[in-house]
Ligand binder design. Structure first.
Ligand code: PLP
Length: 410
């Protein structure tokens, strides 16, 4: 803004540079998106000035006349969009949302069964470096070594052996749909609660482009800033019977005052996701990921599970004799922003793994369709085939800038 440019030119320049970066690059990070101007307007509203510890109608501060309505609106829209009985919109982000679920249902040391980070799970699903892996006894399941897909028989066997109090489904890097009914059956058989972390694919669920976990899970957590295309935040959806426990775990269990401007922006994003064109957006995210995967396969790339049925593609680079980290850096120089990622049974360390993760939510928001994603695949293949040749990277970077320029960002 003009005012920031006057009072803090140094920071203002950085913000302008980041805007230009997001505009000029082709962003392929599966967990990112472009929030609308309306969402960003709500994020920067005067609600950021206010304290509101508590919940609508039961706050610890005066002055809640307006914000109570804002939070109730966000909750009502989330319930409508996902068909949930109860929603908490206050978690600061996905990790605290997940932690709140542990806090709500588990005593320290109790057993959780969740997906291994190295096979696509999230840090908060019990990784040893996360508080979840330090304070609880987390047993982890992985993928089938042949198909690289979830092996429900193996998950059931682990559940029968370890009798977890909480079973967690959901992922950050698994390119297939989850069979929520199968998870429910396992949870029922061993008497555990079922949590689904739908952070990555919540937008697809909202769009009807991915089955919904809500009818099957006791509790569903999600971030709001990935495929759902809202501000950086999170929500917890749960059955009415768990409402009080979840709310108490978020506040006062884990957090203080909610970030009210973000709550408003979540309400805006949820209204956007309720519009008919959001269904088209979700369908296109999946179609684009499929086109990207198919073209990479035509170029001889090894795609984990042989394809995708969500918004992400996981490339196993071992057959190409290149590691993920140098490739991701080269792609970034070419204007294609992605992240290096472990692949299942990776023989390299997580800081320097064998895979590349690609996602479609951001560029689908800008209007990319299958043709543009095939072009992206051709560029990636060209850069790999050239052995990361800087002349090739420079040529593609000019072409990628030209393509990005014809798809304005919100
Ligand atoms: N859950 C899943 C499945 C995720 O992929 C992520 C983030 O990548 C999170 C939770 C955590 O979200 P945040 O980064 O907002 O804490």
């Amino acid at each position: 803004s003009a005012r920031l440019a006057e009072t803090d030119p140094e920071l203002s320049c950085l913000l302008a540079a980041e805007t230009a970066r997001q505009r000029d690059k082709i962003r392929l990070i599966a967990s990112e998106n472009y929030a609308s101007a309306a969402v960003r307007e709500a994020c920067s509203s005067h609600l950021t000035n206010q304290y509101s510890e508590g919940y609508p109608g039961a706050r610890y501060y005066e002055g809640q006349q307006i914000v109570d309505q804002v939070e109730r609106l966000a909750i009502a829209r989330a319930k409508e969009l996902f068909g949930a009985e109860h929603v908490n919109v206050q978690p600061y982000s996905g990790s605290p949302a997940n932690l709140a679920v542990y806090l709500a249902f588990l005593k320290p040391g109790e057993t959780v069964l969740a997906m291994r980070l190295a096979h696509g799970g999230h840090l908060t699903h019990g990784s040893k470096v996360s508080i979840t892996g330090k304070h609880w006894n987390v047993v982890q399941y992985g993928l089938d070594p042949e198909t690289k897909r979830l092996d429900y028989d193996a998950i059931r066997a682990l559940a029968l052996e370890h009798r977890p109090k909480l079973l967690i489904a959901g992922h950050s890097a698994y390119p297939r749909q989850i069979d929520f009914a199968a998870f429910r059956a396992i949870a029922d058989e061993v008497g555990s609660l079922l949590m689904v972390d739908m952070a990555h694919f919540a937008g697809l669920v909202a769009a009807g482009a991915h089955p919904s976990p809500v009818p099957f899970a006791d509790v569903v957590t999600t971030t709001t800033h990935k495929s759902l295309r809202g501000p950086r935040g999170a929500m917890i959806l749960c059955r009415a019977e768990h409402a009080a426990k979840i709310d108490k775990a978020v506040f006062p269990g884990l957090q203080g005052g909610p970030h009210n401007a973000i709550t408003a922006a979540i309400a805006v994003a949820l209204k956007e996701a309720l519009q008919p064109d959001f269904a088209e957006y979700g369908r296109q995210c999946v179609a684009n990921a499929r086109a990207l995967a198919e073209r990479l396969i035509e170029h001889g790339f090894d795609i984990v599970t042989g394809g995708t049925d969500n918004h992400l593609v996981l490339v196993d680079l071992r057959s190409k004799g290149i590691a993920g980290k140098p490739l991701a850096a080269a792609l970034d120089r070419a204007g294609l922003v992605a992240n290096y990622n472990s692949v299942p049974w990776d023989d390299r360390p997580p800081q320097d793994p064998s895979g590349l993760r690609l996602g479609t939510p951001s560029m689908t928001t800008r209007g990319f369709r299958e043709g543009e994603f095939r072009q992206v695949a051709d560029w990636i293949a060209g850069i790999v085939a050239s052995g990361l040749d800087e002349d090739v990277i420079a040529r593609i970077s000019a072409e990628a800038l030209a393509l990005a320029s014809s798809f304005p960002m919100p």
